[in-house]
Design a protein around this ligand. Sequence first.
Ligand code: HAS
Ligand code: HEM
Ligand code: CU
Length: 560
Amino acid sequence: MAVKTLFNYDAYASAPEKKYALYMMMLGFAALALGTFFGPLQAMNYGGLDLYPLLKPVFQSYYQGLTLHGVLNAIVFTQLFAQTIMVYLPARELGLRPNMTLAWVSFWMALGGLLLAAVPLLLNEASVLYTFYAPLQAHWAFYLGAAIFVLSSYLSIYLVLDMWARWRKANPGKITPLATFMAVTFWLMWFLASLGLVVEALFLIAWSFGLVAGVDPLLMRTLFWYTGHPIVYFWLLPAYTLAYVTLPRLAGGKLVSDPLARLVFILFLLFSVPVGFHHQFADPGIAPYWKMIHTVLTMLVAVPSLITAFTIAASLEVAGRANGGKGLLGWIGALPWNNPTVLAFLLGFLAFIPGGAGGMVNASFNLNQNVHNTVWIPGHFHLQVGTLVTMAAMGTAFWLIPHLTGKPLVARGMAVASQWLWFLGMFIMTFALHWMGFLYAIPRRAHISGSPIAMEAYKESAAWMALNIVSGVILFIAALLFFYVIFATALQNRREPSRVLPEVPFTEVMSKPEGSGLVQLTERVWFWFGLAVVLVVLAYGPVLFQMFTNMNPVPGQRLW
Ligand code: HAS
Ligand code: HEM
Ligand code: CU
């Protein structure tokens, strides 16, 4: 009954894109629910507590769980959220309907690919972690399913470019509205960024079917990180888009500058891709000067985030003062901290500050030696993707599910509590992981709780380990509260359209795009895309050429 009311709703007849957005988003949250389940178990592992024997015979090993955690959270949930937000927002902003046939094809491809990949994952036939490093070899269904899943995003690219083209035809000479501009540059960045993974997938599929005897591990890693760095901005930019176009309004203020926001997205288009070697500083076979070039380019890709820090903080200050906040910092307390959406973004951005600073440490060629492959790294990215990106999605779900379904948010207090607990849990966990990684060099991806020798070796960090257990418990409770709120909201029978946001809360801007010389430049999207392609060819071309012409294929191995 509840399920029936979720899917049969009059508003979908007049706005079928709402149904599409709802399906995409809820599928993403379902993936997150299963993927997140393993998180606390991994945190317990780093607290010296091994709970994996309890999961047998359903889940076989730590690495099966870790693969499910990485794949479902970082690949599946993030992409589905992007396919929701970065299609639905431009559609609403332009007042246009995406091509619904293709929108549904993209949904079914994503679901089909996910199910195909899920079978070997759940049967422990694909425990190769979310980085697919060869020569670890998974069942072919995993690679094929993942490829179909990722290719469904190409239809999203088309949906947005098609709406943009239709709008421009009807509005010649006008400046592209902001959310649409962000979506267009975002999808073009992803197109360029995803090519590495697409080429890698062709090799891996052929290899797993036995069509080729071996693949070159270094080439596979390089192709993976070609996509694997920019993919983090593929996760991040939907959160940034929401922070620019909805957060100021939800907090009671305005966005201070539209032109600066556009500059940020152009900078991401230019610099997201040619930086992947910062994941391969420790890899042989890539000359140090290439690594140094990628270090410098990585510092450049931090600039748009620094601009974002300024623009969003200034917009929040405008909101806080409009709400009556006085003095140097009084505006912070005057922000609507009791609104679960605003709260999620505020806490997420606070976590993003140390996460970004840690990223600069990682990117520094020499400092990286100290942190690479230690638990410092999961410390870094749980602040980025595990906190800001995930909290932006959770916070947005609190208004978007009601907006799409006409059903009011249930248990608002629980929604608020879930965000405080998520932030607190992530704060404690990432603090401990940074410390354990930097000072004690405790490795990541290590089932230490299952090894008495490891526990003996790391006993000096026992106090930090205890914090991991605490964080695991807090995050488990946070996740339970969050998933209860969204699934109870979506599946209830009550519809009260008067109590939900009827429109997307697009924000007003103070410094407008009209008359801005900068915006004249940013509007030349295809020029910037061309320049991005040139940069990528320069930063990757010679190295990839050398790797393709000197391949050392090795056969697959199964170490689990
Ligand atoms: Fe990273 C490894 C460098 C950003 C995710 N990163 C990873 C991995 C993941 C990841 C998943 O250079 C591990 C991959 C694996 O499995 O091996 N990262 C960076 C740098 C940045 C960066 C320089 N990473 C991200 C983002 C991610 C993410 C974003 C996900 C969404 N990362 C690295 C490097 C490695 C790495 C190396 C490899 C390490 C190794 O050895 O393996 C930059 O983009 C960061 C820029 C960010 C800032 C912060 C700006 C601050 C803002 C907040 C403002 C606050 C406000 C709040 C507005 C400069 C925007 C106001 C609030 C009030 C209450 C008033
Ligand atoms: C890995 C905990 C949520 C993405 C890890 C690790 C821990 C952890 C301790 C390190 C495992 C290891 O290196 O052996 C948690 C907890 C969570 C949570 C307690 C919340 C309940 C998330 C979310 C995302 C995420 C929401 C992304 C959306 C990842 C990724 C890895 C990871 C990509 C790396 C997997 C790998 O090395 O193959 N998590 N996590 N996690 N987590 Fe989480
Ligand atoms: Cu990176």
